[in-house]
Design a protein around this ligand. Structure first.
Ligand code: PGA
Length: 256
């Protein structure tokens, strides 16, 4: 049975009050579902200002619903005005940090080297980084998808500890927030490429089990086909994670 991971990326949406209401409602609904022995994990990447609210609702360590931040500072502490401390994410009960999202890369100028530094810091604290990789439309049209993804993977994997937990999210930039989901063939090809790269090139321990998520305009109605692809372990969901019902349907898409 492959491991399934469904992650919500709320970006700059919802306040602490809305976060508590949403998570309470979602938690109740998912607990009513019969998930049996399914190896399934749900992760909320929420605004850092709402982490404490999430920790109030998702305090149980036994729960398969976890949370984390969408970014963190590459440095542990110091004079870094406005940054997010990964140690504080941990202190609040967060277990994950999203690193290298394309919006961080393009809007905030984050480079591969900085993203790798964040990954190292996050792992050092015992948290799990989820690295986002993906090509732009121009790069895809020029046939550079594998080259771009490989470069992003290499910059990260040569720095972090491959024996410590981490996850990968493949998000083609042109599919994020555009309603243009990548085709099954496109997703299948890149996920197979990433799995092969983890196994053969980087010799990642347990690479066969390492979660590789797809992201980019995932909705309840395209999730059930995508989740059947061998090397798709789940999704990183933006827009459709902002409503309880639509995200719940995505988390249950493997049953359809
Ligand atoms: P989207 O966002 O689902 O709204 O396309 C995905 C993401 O940015 O992680």
């Amino acid at each position: 049975m492959k491991k399934l991971v469904f992650a919500a990326n709320w970006k700059l949406h919802k306040n602490p009050h809305e976060t508590r209401d949403f998570l309470n409602s979602f938690k109740q609904k998912i607990e009513n579902e019969n998930l049996g022995s399914q190896n399934l994990e749900i992760i909320y990447f929420i605004p850092a200002t709402n982490l404490e609210s999430a920790s109030q609702i998702l305090a149980s360590k036994q729960s398969n619903i976890r949370f984390g931040s969408q970014n963190c500072c590459a440095k542990a502490t110091g004079a870094f005005t406005g940054e997010i401390s990964a140690a504080t994410v941990k202190d609040l009960g967060g277990q994950y940090v999203l690193v290298g999202h394309s919006e961080r890369r393009t809007l905030f100028g984050e480079k591969d080297s900085l993203i790798a530094e964040k990954g190292v810091l996050v792992q050092g604290l015992g948290l799990t980084p989820m690295l986002c990789v993906g090509e732009s439309l121009a790069e895809r049209e020029q046939g550079q998808t594998e080259q771009v993804v490989l470069h992003q993977l290499e910059a990260f994997l040569t720095k972090i500890n491959l024996s410590f937990p981490f996850m990968i999210a493949y998000e083609p930039v042109w599919a994020i927030g555009t309603g243009k989901v990548a085709s099954l063939e496109q997703v299948d090809a890149v996920h197979n490429f990433i799995r092969k790269t983890l196994i053969e090139r980087f010799k990642v321990p347990n690479a066969e089990q390492l979660p590789i998520l797809y992201g980019g305009s995932v909705k309840a109605d395209n999730a059930s086909e995508l989740i059947r692809l061998k090397n798709v372990n789940g999704f990183l969901v933006g827009g459709a994670s902002l409503e309880v019902e639509s995200f719940l349907k995505i988390c249950l898409s493997f049953q359809v």
